[in-house]
Ligand binder design. Structure first.
Ligand SMILES: [Zn+2]
Ligand SMILES: [Zn+2]
Ligand SMILES: [Zn+2]
Ligand SMILES: [Zn+2]
Ligand SMILES: [Zn+2]
Ligand SMILES: [Zn+2]
Length: 463
C-alpha cells in the first residue's frame, strides 16, 4: 500500500477547508479538512471498494492545533512518535503523519492549518507613491527610517541623528524638521523599513550611491528608541511636583540633576531606556563604554553607570555592572536554560559529559570561547546579532551571554566522539530534524529517545 487517497465524512461541513494534509510526494493531492471533526478514510487500492477508517482529526479550541485519533487497525507515526491503534495525540501545523507503523512504503503527510480569513487579508498588496516615502531633510527615499513622536514624521536615521546633534549643540529642544513639533521620542520603524525596501526595489533609479549611504550610516546613531526630555524645566523649579508630573520624573537620570564624572545632561537631552531596569541613561555618542548590547541591540545601563561610579539614584533605577560587561569578565556556573533548544534531556547529557571529563561548565565554555575567538568555529548559525564582530571584550547582556554559552556547548557536544557520551545517550539515533525538531518541545518521549544535538537531515530547515 503506497497510495492513500483521502475520503472524508463528517458532521458540520463548511465552505472552506481549515486545514489540509499535504502529501510530501507532490504526485498525490492534498486532503482537505473541512469540518471541525472529520474522519479520514483510505482505500486499500484505488480500484477496491474496501474503505478503512484511518484517523479522526478534531479541531482544538486554540489556533493551529488539533487532536488526532488513530482509527486504523495498526499503529501510525506522528512526528516520529508511534501512536498505537485507538491512540490520541495533539498535532500542530507542521506535524508529520505517516499512516502506518513504519516509514517504509507509506506516504508521509504534513498537517497544515490554513490561514484564518482575517490574516489572509495581510496578503493584500499596498501601492505607495515614492514621494510619500521620502525624508524631508535629504529629500531622498528614506534610508534606515526612523519615526519621531508625537508627530510621527519619518526621516533617515543618519539625517535625524545629525539634526538631533545640532539641536543639542544649541541647547534647544529637538523640533521635528518637518512640522516643528517638539520631539519626545524617536525610534527605528521596522514596518516602514520594509516599505522603503519595496520602493527601492520597484524603482532602482531612486537608489543612492554607496558612498552617500556610507556617509549617512556613519552619522546614524539611533539604535533603539530614544526618549527626549521636554518637561524637566518645571521639575527643577518645583520642590514637590504635582502628581501629573510624576511620569515626567522618569526622565530624570542622575546626570540630569547633578554633574557626575564631568558630565551633565542637556536640558532637553536624549535618553535611552535600559531594557533591564527600565531606568533612564543619557544618550551619548563616542563613549568608551557601550550603551547597547552587541548581541541584541537593546540598551543596557549597567556599563555606563559603573563607568561614572553611579551605583544608585533617587530618580531612576540603575543597573549594577554585573548585568552588562565584557564576555571575558563573565563566568557561567550552570548550563543556561536556553541551551540545546531548551531540551532538558540534552542539557542533562551535556552536564554528564562535562562532569565525566572532570571539568566545570565554565572550563568547557572558556575552552570553546578560545576556539570561537580564534575563529575556529563557523558563526553563521550563531543566535546573536553582529556575530562576526563579537570578541572577548564585547559587552553582552545576560540573555546574550546565555545564548553564547549555549552556542559554545552545542559545539562541545556536536564535536564530542560518540564513545565519550554516556552509554544511554550514545545508543540513541539522531532525529531527522536535528536541533530544528519541533517535536522535541511537546513530545517528552521523543525528546528523550532521539539525539537532537545534530544537524537536520530532513525538512526545509536552513539551520
Ligand atoms: Zn534623509
Ligand atoms: Zn513632525
Ligand atoms: Zn540625564
Ligand atoms: Zn543582549
Ligand atoms: Zn538598567
Ligand atoms: Zn526530533
Amino acid at each position: 500500500m503506497t497510495a492513500e487517497t483521502g475520503q472524508s465524512s463528517g458532521s458540520k461541513p463548511s465552505d472552506d477547508a481549515w486545514a489540509k494534509l499535504v502529501p510530501l510526494d507532490t504526485r498525490f493531492s492534498d486532503i482537505e479538512i473541512r469540518c471541525n471533526d472529520m474522519v479520514i478514510c483510505s482505500e486499500i487500492k484505488p480500484s477496491s471498494l474496501g474503505r478503512h477508517e484511518w484517523c479522526r482529526i478534531t479541531k482544538n479550541l486554540g489556533p493551529d492545533s488539533a487532536t488526532l485519533h488513530n482509527k486504523s487497525s495498526d499503529a501510525i507515526l506522528v512526528d516520529e512518535a508511534i501512536i498505537p491503534k485507538d491512540g490520541v495525540v495533539d498535532i500542530v501545523s507542521g506535524s508529520e503523519i505517516v499512516p502506518g507503523p513504519g516509514g517504509q512504503g507509506y506516504l508521509m503527510y504534513r498537517f497544515t492549518v490554513m490561514p484564518a480569513p482575517e490574516s489572509r487579508t495581510q496578503l493584500l498588496k499596498i501601492s505607495i507613491d515614492p514621494d510619500n516615502a521620502k525624508c524631508s531633510i535629504c529629500l531622498n527615499v528614506w534610508h534606515d527610517v526612523v519615526t519621531a513622536a508625537p508627530c510621527l514624521h519619518n526621516f533617515c536615521n543618519g539625517c535625524f541623528s545629525e539634526w538631533m546633534r545640532r539641536s543639542e549643540a544649541k541647547h534647544q529642544h529637538v523640533l521635528c524638521p518637518q512640522c516643528r513639533t517638539t520631539v519626545q521620542f524617536v525610534g527605528r520603524n521596522h514596518f516602514l523599513q520594509n516599505i522603503q525596501e519595496d520602493v527601492l526595489k520597484a524603482d532602482t533609479t531612486l537608489r543612492r550611491p554607496a558612498e552617500d549611504i556610507a556617509v549617512l550610516d556613519s552619522s546614524a546613531s539611533i539604535q533603539s528608541n530614544l526618549i527626549i526630555g521636554s518637561k524637566r524645566k518645571r521639575r527643577l523649579s518645583t520642590l514637590t511636583p504635582p502628581p501629573e508630573e510624576r511620569d515626567s520624573l522618569r526622565l530624570q537620570c542622575p546626570q540630569c540633576v547633578a554633574t557626575i564624572g564631568g558630565y551633565q545632561c542637556e536640558r532637553h537631552g536624549a535618553h535611552l531606556q535600559c531594557h533591564l531596569c527600565r531606568g533612564m541613561v543619557p544618550f551619548r555618542t563616542n563613549l568608551q563604554v557601550p550603551l547597547h548590547c552587541m548581541g541584541c541591540d537593546r540598551p543596557f545601563c549597567g556599563a555606563y553607570w559603573s563607568s561614572v561610579n553611579v551605583t544608585h539614584s533617587e530618580s531612576t533605577p540603575v543597573c549594577s555592572r554585573e548585568t552588562f560587561r565584557p564576555i571575558s569578565e563573565r563566568t557561567v556556573t550552570r548550563i543556561p536554560f536556553t541551551t540545546h533548544e531548551m531540551n532538558r534531556h540534552e542539557q542533562d547529557i551535556t552536564q554528564r559529559c562535562v562532569a565525566e571529563m572532570g571539568k566545570t561548565v565554565q572550563e568547557v565554555a572558556a575552552e570553546w570561547f578560545r576556539r570561537f575567538n580564534d575563529r575556529e568555529i563557523d558563526r553563521s548559525r550563531m543566535p546573536l546579532n553582529h556575530a562576526e564582530m563579537i570578541t572577548a571584550s564585547t559587552h553582552v547582556c545576560n540573555d546574550c551571554y546565555d545564548k553564547l554559552v549555549g552556542f559554545l556547548l552545542y559545539w562541545f557536544r556536536i564535536t564530542l566522539p560518540r564513545d565519550h557520551l554516556p552509554a544511554d545517550a550514545a545508543a540513541r539515533e539522531d532525529c531527522w530534524y536535528g536541533n530544528a525538531c519541533r517535536t522535541q518541545h511537546h513530545n517528552e518521549e521523543h525528546a528523550r529517545k532521539r539525539n537532537h544535538v545534530c544537524r537536520p537531515t530532513r525538512g526545509n530547515h536552513h539551520l
